[in-house]
Design a protein around this ligand. Structure first.
Ligand SMILES: [Zn+2]
Length: 340
C-alpha cells in the first residue's frame, strides 16, 4: 500500500464529508485498523426504492452498512453476500456487494407481524430478526470455491452477530457500530425524507503473535462471579473498543462531520493514518437477458403457471425493475436451444 521510504504527509482532517464512501484507517501505536462507511444517495436509492415499513427499512439499512464494511475489505474481485434467515417478522435480509463498490439489497417480511410488533413496541432489530442465522458468503466467480461463514441469530442485533462471528470464527477482536436514520429536507412539494447511514469497524490486529493470543477472547456475557479463566484483554484493544463505544449514532450519519474528522476525533491522541477512500454506489445486476435466461431454465409447466393476462411479468426483488415477456417468445427461444 505504501513505501516506508517515502515520507507520509501529515495534514489536518478534511472538513467536508463525502457521502457513499469507505474510509480505511490505521492507529499504528495501538495495532488497530478499521473503516468508516458513510452512505447518502446510495442508501436513499435502495431504501427509497422499496417502501418498506420504517423498522424494516432501518434494519435493512444496518445490514447494508455492515455488508459494505465487510465486503470492501476483500482483496480480490468478487461478491460478498450477507443473508439472514430467521423466524422473526423479518424472515430474510439479503445484501449483495460486488467489488469494487456496487451494492443492492432487499428484505422479506410478514406485514401483519411487523404491524403487530410496531404497535406492541417490539420492533427493535433483534426482535424483528428473531432466531435463525446470519450467513456471509464470498463468491469469487464460477471457477472458485465459495466461502461461507455462519453465525447464529439469537434475538440480538446485527452488531452483536458480527462481533460473535469475528470472535468465534476469525478470532479477531472486533467492534462495529451501525447507524441509519431519515433526514428531512424541505423543498418543493413540501420536501421529502432522505435516508442516511454510517458505520465504523475497528479491529485489533497486533503484529506480535504473543499479543494476538492474549487478545483472543473476551469474557463476554458470563454472569458475575464466574471464575475468570481467560487471559486478560490487551490494553491497546481495551482503549480502542472503549473509544468506539463513545461513538454516537449522529456522528455516523451527520453530513457536517466528515469521516476523517470522526477518525481524528476518536484517535488523534494516538495518531491516526487514513488511506484513500473508495466509492460505493447502489446498482443492481439484473437485466432483461438474465431474467430471460432464468425463465428458459424453468420447466414449461412452471412458465405456464406464471402467465397472467397473456404475459409473464417478473419484478426484480432487489431494484423493483419489471420485465414483461410474451410467453410464446420464451417458448420459441426455448425450442431453438440445443438439446442435450
Ligand atoms: Zn434488479
Amino acid at each position: 500500500m505504501h513505501n516506508p521510504n517515502i515520507g507520509i504527509p501529515v495534514r489536518a482532517p478534511a472538513l467536508t464529508g463525502l457521502d457513499d464512501t469507505i474510509l480505511p484507517f490505521e492507529v499504528g501505536t495501538l495495532d488497530l485498523r478499521g473503516r468508516i462507511v458513510r452512505l447518502g444517495p446510495a442508501i436513499d436509492a435502495i431504501l427509497g426504492g422499496h417502501d418498506y415499513p420504517l423498522p424494516v427499512a432501518k434494519l435493512l439499512g444496518e445490514a447494508i452498512v455492515l455488508t459494505v464494511m465487510l465486503g470492501s475489505a476483500l482483496k480480490f474481485e468478487g461478491r460478498f453476500i450477507l443473508q439472514t434467515q430467521s423466524d422473526g417478522p423479518v424472515s430474510m435480509l439479503v445484501v449483495d456487494f460486488t467489488s469494487p463498490g456496487k451494492v443492492r439489497a432487499c428484505a422479506r417480511f410478514d406485514a401483519a407481524r411487523i404491524a403487530a410488533a410496531i404497535s406492541a413496541d417490539e420492533a427493535r432489530p433483534g426482535q424483528l430478526l428473531g432466531h435463525g442465522h446470519l450467513a456471509m458468503t464470498i463468491d469469487q466467480g464460477p471457477d472458485m470455491s465459495r466461502y461461507q461463514g455462519l453465525v447464529p441469530l439469537e434475538g440480538n442485533d446485527l452488531e452483536h452477530a458480527a462481533h460473535e462471528y469475528f470472535l468465534r470464527s476469525e478470532q479477531i477482536p472486533t467492534r462495529i457500530r451501525l447507524a441509519v436514520a431519515e433526514e428531512f429536507r424541505g423543498g418543493e412539494n413540501g420536501g421529502r425524507r432522505h435516508w442516511r447511514a454510517g458505520g465504523i469497524l475497528l479491529q485489533f490486529l497486533p503484529k506480535s503473535a504473543d499479543r494476538a493470543r492474549q487478545a483472543d477472547l473476551d469474557p463476554g456475557d458470563a454472569p458475575p462471579g464466574t471464575e475468570p479463566h481467560l487471559l486478560p484483554e490487551d490494553d491497546a484493544w481495551i482503549e480502542g473498543r472503549s473509544l468506539v463505544a463513545t461513538v454516537d449514532d449522529i456522528e455516523l450519519i451527520d453530513p457536517a462531520l466528515s469521516s476523517e474528522r470522526l477518525a481524528y476525533r476518536l484517535f488523534h491522541e494516538r495518531g491516526v493514518r487514513v488511506f484513500r477512500s473508495a466509492a460505493v454506489q447502489a446498482q443492481c445486476s439484473c437485466s432483461r437477458q438474465s431474467v430471460e435466461t432464468m425463465l428458459q431454465s424453468f420447466p414449461p409447466q412452471d412458465r405456464d403457471d406464471m402467465v397472467e393476462d397473456g404475459k409473464i411479468t417478473v419484478t426484480c426483488e432487489f431494484c423493483s425493475s419489471t420485465y414483461v415477456f410474451d410467453p410464446a417468445e420464451i417458448a420459441m427461444r426455448d425450442s431453438a436451444l440445443p438439446r442435450a
